[in-house]
Ligand binder design. Structure first.
Ligand code: HEM
Length: 230
């Protein structure tokens, strides 16, 4: 097993599994964040945030999600170093001019690093304030007919998206994510062996659509919050 994980294909396998796991998280994350665009003073978003903060299954998933990110980043670094070593000085000769290979596929590490830089800002702005410094005010919402006290997650997110530079960082981060995934998703299916000549083309289309759903979706939430919800 340890031999497999230290081989090139083993590393790519782990990157594919963790990558697709992170994509699943992003679908849930985008769906819940879309509630920020409901015109109800954040009631639905607060109800969803309350459910996520109190559900035991979500609590179990949080460290697993963090582990997914860590493994993905460590193995991306190992593979990139290994590829650079293998190419030696050739990488300067072939470099970015290799035909028939997308810009994203040649720059996955840079795009991943852009997403990571965004993620550090994002975690500091939300997760740390939600979970560590606990900067959330209480509010009351109706849950199944019962007035319940919950944390006003909407107020913090809405206030954050009132700042132009934050919105710009979110748009850049989301476009970096979309670009990263436009290669990452189909490449993961290829590595896992669920691909042939016909399916490779299909995964490319499916991967690009998924990638831009995230890119446009996350950007739109930040931009629309800034423009119409302040
Ligand atoms: C409009 C864009 C986004 C909004 C409004 C948003 C909102 C939030 C909020 C409110 C939290 C804190 C949740 C909590 O601790 O209970 C959070 C956490 C998190 N976000 Fe985002 N997010 C956005 C985009 C993204 C993107 C693009 C990524 C990944 C590239 C991402 C990854 C994460 C991660 C890993 C966490 C910590 C895990 C968690 O608690 O769920 N988010 N986000």
């Amino acid at each position: 097993m340890s031999n497999f994980l230290s081989s090139s294909i083993g590393k790519k396998f782990l990157m594919s599994i963790t990558g697709l796991f992170l994509v699943t998280f992003l679908f849930i994350h985008l769906s819940l964040n879309a509630l920020l665009l409901v015109n109800d003073d954040g009631e639905l978003f607060n109800a969803a945030a309350h459910f996520m903060a109190t559900n035991p299954l979500i609590k179990i998933m949080e460290p697993i999600l963090a582990l997914g990110f860590i493994v993905h980043i460590i193995y991306a670094s190992l593979l990139t170093l290994q590829n650079q070593k293998a190419r030696g000085s050739d990488r300067y000769a072939s470099g970015n001019s290799t035909p028939d290979v997308s810009w994203a596929s040649k720059n996955m590490y840079i795009l991943g690093a852009t997403v990571l830089a965004f993620l550090i800002v994002h975690i500091a702005q939300f997760w740390v304030k939600f979970k560590i410094t606990k900067e959330l005010e209480p509010t009351h919402i109706d849950i199944a007919g019962v007035k319940t006290e919950v944390e006003n997650a909407y107020f913090l997110v809405n206030k954050t998206f009132g700042i132009l530079w934050v919105v710009i960082v979110y748009v850049i981060g989301s476009i970096g994510l979309a670009w990263h995934l436009s290669h990452g998703v189909w490449s993961a299916f290829q590595t896992l062996g669920w691909s042939n000549t016909l399916w490779r083309k299909r995964w490319e289309v499916i991967g690009t659509v998924i990638a831009w759903i995230f890119g446009i979706g996350f950007s739109a939430i930040a931009v629309l919050q800034y423009l119409f919800f302040q």
